[in-house]
Design a protein around this ligand. Structure first.
Ligand code: ATP
Ligand code: LTN
Length: 329
């Protein structure tokens, strides 16, 4: 089985964007790949976090993965927390010493996030290297994410190739992105020029997987569209409506064309009501499961097993790399 690896930052409650780019892909692939699914808590601290809230968000994220259908009973599923395995940070340092300042300065997400706060941290700058370490430690071949992470996976590829060339060996597997054809970037409901994000300040912009039904309905009904009143897909000229069509497609399993055909001749109001019903139906099931799981031992049992398994693999890889570089005696 090839290895597939992904993680979602516990920087807040997960959104339907995170579902589309991250969780839904894991659900589609989990039976056919050896899956490494983790909570990148060290990534979350690239911006300021309240420790109690961070701890809550970590557990909450794991419960949401499971509630969505991630199956920890599969023998090929490994679920773990990044900071519980010290090798992620250790390998990251070695990779930092092989990454160039110039290439790091070109990272889109850093450029965007550093604009928000003039006191941004060095961690925000080097975080894609930690992400490369997360991937390369486990020889992951495939990395499913939304489109916003594609450039970071590209960096991981470059670092793998550079390291292999420099130390003349097949030390790292060169990873590939898997980006979904539909839903690679779910947009902000109030400003469809931006991607939906869990840490966005305007709560009307994002739908969280744990939002109550009435809140979901309100957010969908107040989502920005256009004044044409005709339902069809056009990302450029009808970004708001096209985003809602995309969300419908993801949660119904229908293609974009099928969604457009289904609502041919309908008004925006009716389409939005239907979309809200669809989302609520799916989210209620996730939330029921979430409530059953959040205080159960399933979470810790899965995380303990995941930590034990992945630490062994990471240690082996790290020792090999450390030796190649010439560290120690
Ligand atoms: P933050 O607001 O803290 O930056 P985020 O909501 O942007 O967080 P991440 O934790 O950075 O999300 O992303 C987790 C996964 O979800 C990644 O694979 C990312 O590509 C995907 N993802 C995030 N936002 C979207 C989106 N709007 N549409 C599709 N995929 C997304
Ligand atoms: N940077 C990612 C989260 C992340 C990740 C990873 C995703 C950390 N390490 C390794 C895939 C593979 C983000 O979503 N912001």
């Amino acid at each position: 089985m090839d290895r597939l690896l992904t993680g979602l930052q516990p920087s807040g409650t997960l959104t339907i964007g995170n579902y589309s780019g991250g969780i839904n892909q894991v659900l589609n692939y989990q039976k056919n790949y050896e899956t490494f699914l983790f909570v990148p808590d060290m990534h979350a601290t690239t911006v300021t976090q309240d420790p109690e809230a961070l701890r809550r968000n970590i557990r909450n994220a794991v419960a949401v993965y499971l509630a969505c259908g991630v199956d920890v009973n599969l023998p090929n599923m490994h679920l773990y927390i990044q900071s519980e395995n010290l090798y992620h940070a250790n390998l990251s340092w070695i990779l930092e010493c092989h990454a160039y300042f110039g290439e790091m300065s070109r990272m889109h997400q850093f450029k965007e996030k550093s604009k928000k706060n003039e006191n941004f941290t060095c961690g925000l700058y080097t975080y894609p290297i930690l992400m490369a370490s997360d991937i390369l430690l486990y020889d992951a071949k495939y990395v499913p994410t939304g489109i916003d992470q594609k450039q970071h996976v590209e960096l991981a590829r470059n670092l793998a190739l550079r390291f292999n060339n420099r130390y003349k060996g097949e030390y790292f597997v060169c990873p590939e992105s898997i980006i979904p054809k539909v839903g690679a970037s779910i947009k902000d409901l109030q400003n469809p020029a931006k991607k939906m994000s869990k840490s966005c300040e305007n709560p009307k912009s994002s739908i969280f997987l744990l939002d109550p039904e009435n809140v979901v309905r309100k957010k969908i009904m107040s989502a920005v569209t256009d004044s044409e009143g005709k339902i069809y897909y056009d990302e450029e000229n009808k970004a708001g409506l096209s985003n809602l069509i995309t969300i419908y497609s993801i949660f119904s399993g229908l293609s974009i064309e099928q969604v457009v055909a289904k609502f041919d001749g309908a008004g925006y109001g009716d389409f939005k009501k239907d979309l809200a019903n669809l989302l609520c139906e799916r989210l209620v099931v996730i939330q029921d499961k979430y409530n059953q799981i959040i205080n159960s031992s399933i979470i810790d049992d899965a995380l303990d097993a995941g930590r034990e398994f992945t630490t062994k693999i990471a240690k082996e890889k790290y020792e090999q790399i450390r030796k190649a570089v010439g560290y120690g005696r």
